[in-house]
Ligand binder design. Structure first.
Ligand code: CTP
Ligand code: CA
Length: 224
């Protein structure tokens, strides 16, 4: 087992992992979200805890067994996720953004359930951009090692390389989500790891548990 080889290398470190798709409220009974299952985030939280880290899992999904050694912080929206991270930011050594953060949210949240209009067959939603959590945190960064994920359906390496630079990340896990058995909701994943000034490293298809261990192993040498 790979973990036995690493044994406790995150002892004394605090790792924050985000998981799940954010829910962006429209009214008291409706929201906009996405297909993210949270599986990758939970696997990463578990793998980091196995290495002795203090782990904070900021998640929109909380109907699942919390891995041993992990503290769950429940959030719903992108804004709540950003606030939850910022409150703890100074204490963190590693941030892994496995969550699928909604890029936009409804411009207004209706206080009452929105009614079906009688005089119009069309309805449009006005959306505004959510804060980019990684970009916002990059500006406040000190010792924190920041890791992002990129979900792409085309031009994987080009698009992901752009995100690595733009978000000033130590590592970006690039994920082709156009195929069924990787990424969103699958139990397996096949990714390419990007780091500044390093050639892309393509990993074979593996379980999200195995991938989480492989990623933690590659985060260790990035710690100051
Ligand atoms: N992310 C974030 N804040 C957002 C949107 C995304 O921190 N508002 C993070 C994600 O958690 C992920 C990384 O940024 O780790 C890349 O997310 P992705 O959706 O692939 O990239 P975007 O920058 O949102 O660009 P686009 O969706 O247009 O491809
Ligand atoms: Ca996005």
């Amino acid at each position: 087992h790979q973990v036995a080889l690493m044994n406790g290398q995150l002892q004394g470190r605090t790792v924050l992992v985000t998981a799940g798709g954010t829910k962006e409220r429209l009214d008291p009974v409706r929201f906009i979200s996405n297909d993210s299952s949270g599986k990758m985030g939970y696997a990463l939280a578990s793998a980091a805890a196995d290495q002795g880290a203090k782990v904070i899992l900021v998640s929109t999904i909380h109907d699942r067994a919390i891995p041993a050694g992990v503290t769950l912080v429940q959030v719903e929206s992108a804004q709540e996720m950003l606030t939850a991270i910022q409150q703890r930011f100074a204490t963190l050594d590693v941030i892994i953004m496995a969550a699928a953060v909604a890029d936009f949210r409804p411009a207004t949240v209706a206080e009452q359930k929105i009614k079906k209009t009688t005089d119009n067959d069309r309805m449009s939603l006005s959306l505004i951009k959510n804060p980019d959590i990684l970009k916002t945190l990059a500006r406040q960064r000190e010792q924190q090692v920041m890791v992002g994920f990129a979900a792409e359906t085309q031009q994987l390496i080009e698009n992901a390389t752009h995100k690595l630079t733009e978000k000033q990340l130590a590592m970006l896990v690039a994920n082709d989500v156009s195929k069924k058995d990787r990424g969103f909701n699958a139990d397996t994943n096949e990714v390419t790891i990007l780091r500044p000034h390093q050639a892309p490293e393509a990993l074979p298809m593996m379980s999200k548990t195995a991938l989480a261990e492989a990623l933690i192993e590659r985060i260790l040498p990035l710690l100051p």
